[in-house]
Write a protein that binds this ligand. Structure first.
Ligand code: SAM
Length: 288
């Protein structure tokens, strides 16, 4: 190939696929929702908040920041409360409590559907954090739910800028259900920031999810139905509908999960369909 042509081709590729910190990091998380974007300038403004509903300590997020949970306000509040109650019930037998001086994390908190219900614990002195790779959701949380909660944006890369052994409790509702990459990296990272003896509760799709849909055929949303028909064919099945997290579905066989996650944690219990059709995996960081 003639030199001049090679040069032209190189410069075309460089322009078409710019590898710079801005494009690379934008691909690893959902960036802030900008008020203005033009060449050379990005402008961000604090999100506006809805007025408080009576009886509520915090405003409600707009429906665009609810990750598809409950367009109806009462429904959104009720399902968040239900999940928080489930978490408290699952946590109680482990002996981990959320009183003053303890620390808890909601990994993949979105706009705090579940976390907002831990207000009594946070006001009583539990340092309660939420992190998510979706900046617009986290920005809303910072404005609406802080204090008493604390928030930070992370990326899809398995790193959280948090000290070792920090949290007594970490939970993630419907995050491993969509994870495609670096699952063991995330398990190792979550183990690093859990205190020895600390507990994690993570929901997953497993064979019990399929049983739920067999018994409740009207339940899965239309776009998921094809993927539920087949059942689990491997130890880990990942369905990629579109390459963004919200359109991937991850399924584990629970015996695989017990063995694999057992490399990183003591697997205390696997509770089928603890969170509607999602199974809860309860793990504990082993003391050294
Ligand atoms: C189905 S939503 C569930 C939201 C929230 N846990 C709830 O139950 O309301 C999944 C959330 O996980 C977040 N997420 C996905 N991958 C993540 C990652 N690697 N690190 C942090 N958050 C992640 C998404 O941005 C999204 O907010």
């Amino acid at each position: 190939m003639p030199d001049f042509f090679k040069k032209k081709l190189k410069s075309f590729v460089r322009r078409a696929v710019p590898l710079n910190p801005h494009t690379l990091l934008s691909a690893l998380h959902a960036p802030q929702k900008l008020a203005e974007e033009r060449p050379g300038k990005l402008t961000w403004k604090r999100p506006a908040l809805a007025p408080l509903l009576s009886g509520q300590s915090f405003p409600l997020p707009p429906s665009t920041l609810r990750m598809g949970y409950g367009d109806d306000d009462a429904d959104y509040l009720a399902i968040g409360q239900r999940t928080a109650t489930t978490l408290r019930k699952l946590l109680a037998p482990t002996g981990v409590t959320l009183g003053a001086g303890t620390r808890a994390l909601d990994w993949g908190c979105a706009s705090g559907r579940v976390l907002r219900n831990f207000e009594p614990e946070a006001r009583a002195g539990c340092e309660f954090w939420g992190v998510d790779q979706d900046s617009p959701h986290v920005d809303w949380c910072k404005e609406a739910l802080s204090p008493p909660f604390k928030f930070g944006t992370c990326t899809a890369y398995p790193h959280l800028p948090i000290e070792d052994n920090h949290f007594n409790f970490i939970y993630a509702i419907s995050v491993f259900t969509h994870l495609v990459h670096l699952m063991d990296g995330w398990l190792l990272e979550l183990r690093r920031i859990l205190a020895p003896g600390g507990v994690g509760i993570f929901t997953v799709h497993d064979e019990h999810t399929f049983e739920f849909f067999r018994d409740n055929p009207g339940h899965p949303p239309q776009w998921m139905q094809e993927h539920y028909k087949e059942g689990i064919t491997g130890d880990l099945d990942i369905h990629i509908l579109r390459p963004d997290w919200g359109h991937t579905l991850t399924f584990f066989k629970s015996d695989y999960l017990r063995k694999d996650w057992g490399n990183y944690f003591e697997v205390v219990d696997i509770v089928p369909r603890a969170e509607v059709f999602q199974t809860a995996v309860i793990v504990r960081k082993r003391a050294r």
